[in-house]
Design a protein around this ligand. Structure first.
Ligand code: SF4
Length: 412
């Protein structure tokens, strides 16, 4: 946790120092290796929003955006970002963010991405835009023509824009080298996430998982820093596993694992630790989550492949969680419940995040039917503190965990 905080803080410092051209782009479908192979630095608006949420800055930014006419139903990441911009584009660490030299829109299933960049384009004026249209995985698999369609856009639209903005020619060897580093870090990340199959789990794969995905889902995929980070993380988790230790919680190590859960949906950031405590105080550990797959679904076997640099970037984008259809998502959660031997699963539904929340009640019913495991449904928000009702959520979680306990007691 400390190391990733340091890395992310250092990245904001580098951005504030100036002297680098920057590309604004989104987490799902980010082309970090490609962007950095041109010597450009990424700025990820969702990371700005969630970091602002964790630092209690988002309420003011959202109020500012609503004052400008953005409706209550709009994704609160967007409003947080727009509010931040209106107040001077000072990043979450208190340092100024540079203006974009390019808006690189990888469209991976969330329509909001498109509207968000339309707003940024009108705010920043004359900024070049590159759009990568990633087709939805409607059939639950990547078709060869879809891969080719994305590769063609990379070749004909995205790379020429990156060349133009950076003033450098495309260097495929540099990209291959970075992709090889990505695959190393991805191997270690998957090992860490899968360590939760053990009993007790040495990690929390949702609340703790947020710190595990930080570097690889933000600015560091494809860098030696990411490789070092995941090697260090793996060594730490290996030691916990060897000692039979449980995960770290906001109040120290968990000494008794009582309940194992799978969680679907993004977390709430404005009351992140309070939310985490609602689970950890009940000795409930999250053993798998879908949110920790939002910037890349590596546990299904995908790795960035330096031998096929553009095809692998296409597959990465096509395989993003936000780009998967509902049957695939249901199947994924079902698999997590079985493989991680979970006692229950919980959906944290964020109404303003359409790409996660659409269909979640249907998913709940289908997963219950397929696994026989009862699910729970709560509602909160990403970065709008008005929609985190602590007493209600705590009440629901406690009742659900009691129900699971009684169910297990009856079965014993
Ligand atoms: S709606 Fe959800 S997936 Fe889309 S930008 Fe907002 S938080 Fe991200």
């Amino acid at each position: 946790m400390l190391l990733q905080k340091q890395m992310i803080g250092d990245h904001y410092d580098r951005l504030a120092e100036g002297g680098h051209k920057v590309v604004y782009t989104f987490v799902p479908g980010n082309l970090n290796e490609l962007v950095r192979s041109f010597g450009l630095l990424p700025v990820l608006p969702e990371i700005n929003a969630l970091q602002s949420g964790m630092r209690k800055l988002s309420a003011e930014y959202i109020a500012e955006a609503e004052k400008q006419g953005h409706s209550e139903d709009v994704c609160t990441y967007v409003k947080c970002d727009i509010g931040m911009l209106k107040k001077g584009n000072i990043g979450p660490t208190g340092k100024p963010l540079p203006k974009p030299d390019l808006l690189l829109l990888s469209y991976t299933g969330c329509f909001t991405f498109m509207k968000w960049f339309e707003l940024l384009r009108s705010e920043f004026g004359d900024v070049p835009v590159a759009m990568l249209h990633v087709p939805y995985q409607a059939n639950g698999r990547i078709e060869p023509h879809q891969r080719q369609y994305v590769v063609d856009q990379l070749r004909n639209e995205v790379i020429p824009k990156l060349e133009q903005v950076s003033g450098r020619p495309f260097d495929v060897q540099k990209l291959r080298d970075m992709l090889a580093l990505s695959a190393q870090a991805e191997d270690d990340l998957v090992w860490v996430l899968e360590s939760a199959k053990n009993r007790p789990s040495p990690i929390d794969a949702y609340f703790g998982g947020v710190y595990y995905i930080g570097p690889i889902f933000s600015a560091f995929r494809g860098t030696p820093e990411a490789v070092d980070y995941y090697r260090t993380l793996r060594a730490e988790v290996e030691a916990r596993l060897a000692a039979g230790a449980g995960p770290i919680t906001p109040d120290g190590p968990m000494t008794r694992e009582k309940v194992r859960l799978v969680v679907e949906g993004p977390p709430n950031w404005t009351s992140f630790r309070e939310f985490w405590r609602m689970f950890s105080e009940e000795d409930a550990v999250v053993v798998a989550s879908t949110y920790t797959k939002v910037g890349g679904l590596y546990d299904r076997g995908f790795r960035h492949d330096p031998a096929h640099p553009l095809e692998t970037l296409a597959d990465y984008c096509l395989g993003c969680y936000t780009n998967l259809n509902l049957p695939t998502r249901v199947e994924l959660i079902e698999r997590y419940i079985r493989d991680y031997r979970a006692d229950g699963f919980l959906i944290n539904s964020v109404k303003s995040c359409n790409s996660f929340s659409v269909g979640q009640l249907l998913m709940l019913r289908q997963i219950e039917e397929r696994t026989g495991v009862p699910g729970a449904f709560i509602e909160s928000d990403l970065v709008d503190p008005r929609y985190f009702s602590a007493a209600n959520i705590k009440n629901r979680i406690e009742s659900y965990l009691q129900m699971l306990d009684q169910k297990r007691g009856a079965a014993a």
